[in-house]
Design a protein around this ligand. Structure first.
Ligand code: ADP
Length: 581
């Protein structure tokens, strides 16, 4: 992909004239400072950059045309009050705004808004404080711009015996990943489940703290007579930011507070802009990573059946991964070009090539299980390892390997780091697989069930394999194991400069979503451009879930200004107007 492609058209918010847009932007610049508002005009080239220098103007890993999902401007608030100002401005001018934390959500849309011409609210650039790290409570509070690297480094600097939990790539936002319900790999790998308390700006401009944060903290002085409430209630920022605003001491200790537990509706949604979020941190402990290799493609069902009880009993210590051996090739960072044909690499080629990556004498490898056991004593870890090892040894020709058994550059060493809370960038090596590589994820939830039938992990794997072959893509499946379900994540790697590859990747995604839904498999997350199709597939009782989501959207955001279309939730102003795809 050339570094910069000439722009064709100026992106404007829908229904806003050029003159109206210019006036609105001038007003925003006056309110926030000229340096904090950037218009994404046609004079600005769209540069895809790379993961650590990613654009906030468009989706760097475009699947449509590069210029398809562009914003009209980017605004950089410096605090919660400025976020409120932006929300007020958006309501006044009817301009859709699209909040991002850091925009490194690659494979899911990056920094791009769903509605072209939206104004991106890039929270991360200026709101990047680690508000608090509480070593005793083993928790922290962060703003949107705190990356896994930054949180990790601060904990090291303070010498605290705490771990973070990071996904495969460490440059993303701790907060942004959690509200998009991303996963990592330590026992705290379910990021949203391990958050505790949020602060948000609602589409009305009001600020809300969830969980115990809804209760004021201890007052430093005896309470004066209660002040008369003004009509705007908590939007009165004096009351919020004044001396009496001591955060509640249990805000990062108890998630639910009293009454309905509402945090969930602010994940994967467009109901609020999260300005702070609390997280539990795992106390550092002993750990031992390992891998188990399996010889045959059709071992999958048995592997999954062995995983299930181990995971239910929580003997498997973390979120382990089961990967196809082709990933072993991709993570070496070597291009696919050793196989020169434009069709999926056959299994014997993959296996022959991958065999050099394992210690000699082990025979074929088709699947690799990456696990880590945790414990404060060596005896505890040894006991767990013995149980896990014995369980998988039931599968003929499986092989248990420790980091000391493999070469220094083997991927297992990266797993050791990630599974003990050290962020890294190793997974970017996949992007050498094809030239100009970008990727998409197809990520259905599958039961941790391996046996026969149409609704098992093996069944979805066969379906996914068949569709990949049909559309001419190599299949990279990773199963991230919870207990009763696994996130089956297929990474579709395509050449961004190849129109035909993009067209095929889109067709493959559409087919995957459709065929999977027909068997009851639904995605836990998807790229912006497939959000409507995925939301539509959750159609039980005539789409009751979708209608419920839309009711909340319309109640909270009557002008549909906040990230319309995100996760297939459109506000009243956009619904049924031809935006759904
Ligand atoms: P990361 O950099 O961690 O990958 P992003 O900033 O790209 O995360 O966030 C992923 C998605 O989550 C964004 O596209 C946006 O829709 C949503 N999002 C991120 N941060 C916020 C926030 N602070 N408030 C509301 N939505 C957000």
């Amino acid at each position: 992909v050339p570094d910069s492609v000439p722009r064709k058209k100026k992106a404007l918010p829908p229904g806003v004239s050029e003159a109206g847009f210019d006036r609105a932007i001038a007003e925003l610049k006056d309110a926030l400072g000229h340096e904090n508002v950037e218009v994404n005009g046609t004079d600005r080239p769209l540069v895809d950059g790379w993961y650590m220098e990613h654009p906030n103007t468009h989706d760097a890993y475009h699947i449509a045309e590069q210029e398809e999902l562009v914003c009209s401007a980017v605004v950089y608030p410096g605090n919660t009050r400025e976020v409120q100002t932006i929300v007020g401005w958006a309501n006044k001018h009817q301009v859709p705004i699209y909040p991002i934390s850091m925009g490194r959500n690659i494979g899911y849309g990056g920094a791009a808004p769903r509605v072209p011409g939206s104004v991106v609210v890039d929270l991360g650039r200026r709101m990047n404080r680690i508000v608090n790290i509480d070593g005793d409570n083993a928790s922290c509070v962060v703003e949107p711009g705190v990356s896994y690297f930054a949180l990790y480094e601060e904990i090291q600097r303070r010498g605290l015996p705490l771990w973070i939990d990071c996904p495969d790539l460490g440059g993303g936002s701790v907060l942004g990943n959690a509200i998009d319900r991303g996963v990592g790999y330590t026992p705290y790998g379910d990021h949203f489940a391990n958050h505790c308390g949020m602060e948000l700006v609602l589409p009305s401009g009001e600020v809300l703290r969830t969980g115990m944060g809804a209760m004021p903290g201890p007052q430093p002085e005896p309470q004066p007579e209660p002040q008369p409430q003004n009509s705007s209630g908590a939007t009165d920022s004096q009351a919020r930011d004044g001396a009496a605003d001591v955060p509640n001491p249990t805000w990062q200790s108890f998630q639910a507070a009293y009454g309905p537990y509402i945090d969930g509706i602010f994940s994967q949604s467009n109901y609020g802009i999260v300005t702070q979020m609390g997280f539990w941190l795992m106390p550092a402990t002993g750990h031992q990573s390992y891998m188990i290799t399996f010889a045959r493609e059709d071992d999958l069902a048995r592997i999954v059946d062995i995983i299930r009880p181990l995971a239910q009993k929580r003997i498997l210590g973390n979120i382990p991964q089961l990967r196809h051996v082709i990933q072993e090739l991709a993570v070496t960072g070597k291009p696919r070009s050793f196989w020169q044909y434009q069709k999926p690499m056959p299994r014997d080629v993959i296996r022959a090539r991958a065999s050099t990556l394992f210690p000699p004498g082990g025979g074929d490898v088709s699947w690799v299980f990456y696990g880590t056991q945790y414990g404060d004593t060596a005896a505890s870890i040894a006991g767990q390892l013995a149980t896990v090892r014995a369980a998988f040894a039931q599968i003929p020709d499986s092989r248990f390997l420790l980091p000391t058994d493999v070469a220094a550059d083997h991927y297992l060493h990266s797993r050791v780091a990630v599974c003990s809370g050290q962020p890294g960038l190793r997974e970017l090596d996949w992007l050498n697989w094809v030239p100009n590589a970008a990727h998409l994820f197809f990520s259905p939830i599958v039961p941790t069930a391996g046996g026969g039938g149409r609704t098992t992990a093996s069944a979805i794997h066969n379906l996914v394999a068949q569709l990949h072959a049909q559309h001419g893509f190599d299949l990279f499946p990773t199963m991230c194991v919870a207990a009763r379900e696994m996130h089956y994540i297929a990474n579709i790697v395509y050449d961004r400069a190849d129109r035909d590859a993009k067209r095929r990747a889109i067709a493959l995604m559409r087919d995957l979503i459709r065929h999977a839904a027909a068997r009851g498999f639904g995605e836990y997350r998807t790229h912006l451009l497939f959000a409507d199709q995925v939301a539509q597939s959750y159609s039980w009782n005539g789409g009751a879930l979708r209608r419920f989501n839309e009711s909340i959207k319309d109640a909270l955001d009557p002008n549909s200004i906040l990230a319309p279309g995100r996760n297939g939730i459109w506000g009243r102003r956009f619904r049924g107007q031809g935006w759904e795809i």
